[in-house]
Design a protein around this ligand. Structure first.
Ligand SMILES: C[S@@+](CC[C@H](N)C(=O)[O-])C[C@H]1O[C@@H](n2cnc3c(N)ncnc32)[C@H](O)[C@@H]1O
Length: 363
């Protein structure tokens, strides 16, 4: 089955019967029994998809290298999430929508009230939904972040993704992975060490069905230093969490093939190319924020490590419309991180969040 037909792919009972023809089409429902044995990762299909690419050897080694890590630090909710996933009803027939703001599936027929209630309750069991939005058969997963806004800001500036091998470092629950596939990428791999996101991704995949998309529960430090095989590498919302931002940029560059494109999104501060904010303690209530450079300094860091033509293409202040609490993310959000008397400041007195998108090329 060609990936080109993906957006019009039909789902339903007939699809599950094609399981032996196409492992992509296997629904989670079918292999619930084997979920504990890592079937959720689908490493076989990843290896098959990456055959004859510079990533083939790495993908072939994953079944040996990943399980130890996967088992060594199970999240306390793993069994609950696994059971939720295994209990999802078979995907009703519908059309996948990967190139829409609300990624998901439009059903051929509306869900009946009981099914809608059951599905909503199960998806809510994977709370908090931070990235999205998604829409599955009329159920709108209104996530904390309007991740589609970030996609709209960056999409006009990047090399067309059609036919490219793409990596998204720190991909969260994979919202942008689907958008990348929707933009025609040959194959998209996301890595994120947060276990809940893997289950959210798998729940969405259960309904969307076949797609050239994988999410692996890895940190960037788990990837070979000079993999050098991706046409485009994204790192969005990760740099400021790294203690050593220049090392992060070097790692990203090493994952690209020569001439490949880096798309980096991060928090920045105003000021000239010598300015960087290192918060004394928390920043916007986040404990793990280390470096917020000016745009000029970010570009200089990229030039220093040998990236070509680094340029900031967008700077946007984050608003409480883009990041907010919803029924699908009921914890505190941006509004509670800003000074109630001065929304230009965080509660700690630092400049309020402003994010930049930078594009660069590997030599
Ligand atoms: C602010 S979120 C950004 C999510 C998404 N990229 C976006 O832009 O909406 C940062 C993500 O980085 C992930 N992360 C944290 N440490 C990481 C590491 N060492 N390697 C890769 N991802 C990491 C977190 O789990 C989290 O999902």
């Amino acid at each position: 089955m060609g990936y080109d037909s993906l957006p019009r792919l039909a789902h339903g009972r007939e699809e599950r019967s094609r399981k032996s023809e196409n492992s992509w089409a296997t629904s989670i429902y079918d292999y619930a029994e084997s979920l504990p044995r890592m079937e959720i990762l689908r490493l076989d299909s990843l290896h098959a998809a990456l055959r004859e690419t510079p990533l083939a050897e790495w993908a072939g080694r994953l079944p040996d290298t990943l399980p130890a890590r996967w088992w060594s630090r199970p999240h306390g909710d793993r069994e609950r999430w696994r059971a939720l996933l295994a209990s999802l009803p078979p995907p009703p027939a519908g059309e996948a929508r990967l190139d829409a703001d609300r990624v998901g599936v439009v059903g051929r027929a509306p869900l009946d009230a009981a099914m809608r209630e059951e599905l909503t309750r199960k998806l809510q069991g994977l709370h908090p939904w931070r990235k999205g939005p998604f829409e599955l058969h009329g159920i709108h997963i209104d996530s904390e972040w309007r991740s589609d806004w970030k996609w709209r800001r960056l999409a006009p500036h990047i090399q067309p993704l059609h036919g490219r091998l793409v990596l998204d470092v720190g991909c969260g629950n994979g919202y942008h992975l689907w958008r990348m596939a929707g933009a025609g990428a040959r194959h998209v791999i996301g890595i994120d060490p947060s276990e809940l996101y893997l289950y959210q991704f798998a729940a969405i995949r259960h309904f969307i069905g076949a797609a050239p998309v994988h999410l692996l529960p890895l940190g960037i430090e788990d990837l070979p230093a000079r993999l050098g095989g991706f046409d485009t590498v994204f790192s969005m919302g990760v740099l400021y969490h790294r203690r050593s931002p220049i090392d992060h940029l070097r790692q990203l560059a090493g994952l690209l093939r020569p001439g490949g494109e880096l798309v980096l999104e991060t928090l920045v501060v105003d000021g000239d190319e010598t300015r960087v904010l290192v918060p004394e303690g928390r920043y916007a209530r986040m404990r793990n924020v280390w470096f917020l450079p000016s745009c000029g300094l970010l570009e200089r860091w990229c030039r220093r490590i040998g990236l070509r033509q680094p340029r900031v293409v967008d700077i946007t202040a984050t608003t409480c419309d883009e990041q907010r609490a919803t029924a699908w993310m009921r914890f505190e959000s941006l509004a509670q991180c800003l000074d109630p008397g001065d929304p230009e400041r965080t509660v700690e007195g630092y400049p309020a969040p402003k994010r930049a998108i930078l594009i660069a090329r590997r030599r």
